[in-house]
Design a protein around this ligand. Sequence first.
Ligand SMILES: Cc1ncc(COP(=O)(O)O)c(C=O)c1O
Length: 435
Amino acid sequence: MYKELDAYWMPFTANRQFKKAPRMLARSAGMHYWDDKGRQILDAVAGLWCVNAGHARPRIVQAIQDQAAELDFAPSFQMAHPKAFELADRIAKLAPEGMNKVFFTNSGSEAVETALKMAIAYHRARGDGSRTRLIGRERGYHGVNFGGISVGGIVSNRKMFGTLLAGVDHIRHTHDPARNAFSVGQPAHGAEFAEDLERLVALHDASTIAAVIVEPVAGSTGVLIPPQGYLQRLREICDKHGILLIFDEVITGFGRTGQPFGAQTFGVTPDLMTVAKGITNGCVPMGAVIARDKIHDVFMTGPEHLIEFFHGYTYSAHPLACAAALGTLDTYAEEGLLTRAGDLGPYFAQAIHSLREEPNVIDVRNIGLVGGIELQPLPGQPTKRAFDVFLDCYDKGVMIRTTGDIIALSPPLIVEQSHIDHIVETIRQALRRAA
Ligand SMILES: Cc1ncc(COP(=O)(O)O)c(C=O)c1O
């Protein structure tokens, strides 16, 4: 093991705690990691919500190796390579009807920035340039760049990074444990929370609002499942006022909720959709914005030699990422993984809801192959109880994830019932020890 741990400043990590007791991963295959001591660890979180087809899948590995030898890099501005077009086409075919234009980025955060800029530029291109305001939602997570943390609703970003973007406001979150605790699937109560958008329209006027961005299922702030009818209502209000609806599908995209995208699971089509993570099975960084044709087409006017959308990344549609994504989509298709969460969802739900009676569990929530188990925080030490459970599970060979005092589960979509049983029993024992 490499012993010098000082130089690497780790992201979203308790650096000092980690460096005292490093959790070092050395190898991965299928549902498992192995650490640097050769210990096998069951992956209950698809790495970081991204390794949806499981680890080290042969088609993806081969595709990346072949691509590195054939075409390592192609400039992304005014030049291209064939796999970028093939991939865009394949993604468009998976996306909801009418969403056929794909703009590539390198991460979820960049996809969010791209979608926000697209929304503002779209209105401007239509001659409606006063629509610049962006609306997010409390407890939203949209990555870490300035646009994303501005529309996001996470207090730590406000404490640490100052005033953020101007012209942003937020609708209320949908979490309502008093009425919805221990809901199986979509909670029954809370469609009316979408009406909060009307409050902001009344405050700012629709003519100033470009877009609303929400995660269909909020993942990073604790697995918040949309109440029945909520997303439909949000769509209606956006339509009524000419506001674009952006779904941030960075975690819900590529099969997590039982359909290729959350939009399809919940039966609501947004105007723009951000994706990342599962697009390449986490193997090479990549993100994308999937746009309705009507959004794209508004840009396609003016002299043909001019750049229509003044935006892009050096590594947009990087050849290695495109190859990895094509290998990933092949794997998903061959194994039926994009709908497997729907088939396995009821078993997964029953398994995690069996934790309801364990010590300090105050809510369990689920959709597809996403689970949230919320714990009563230790008095005066928020997040510690869940973090202790995370460390305990890791020690026992199961990698879970915690956010605040919530355990978030999102196993690879190749997970079997026996893995689910093992994950749930390991958490059960850890919860008992943490009591
Ligand atoms: C909904 C959502 N949006 C955006 C992001 C940011 O993606 P990335 O970490 O690839 O920048 C995440 C990451 O977890 C996410 O869950």
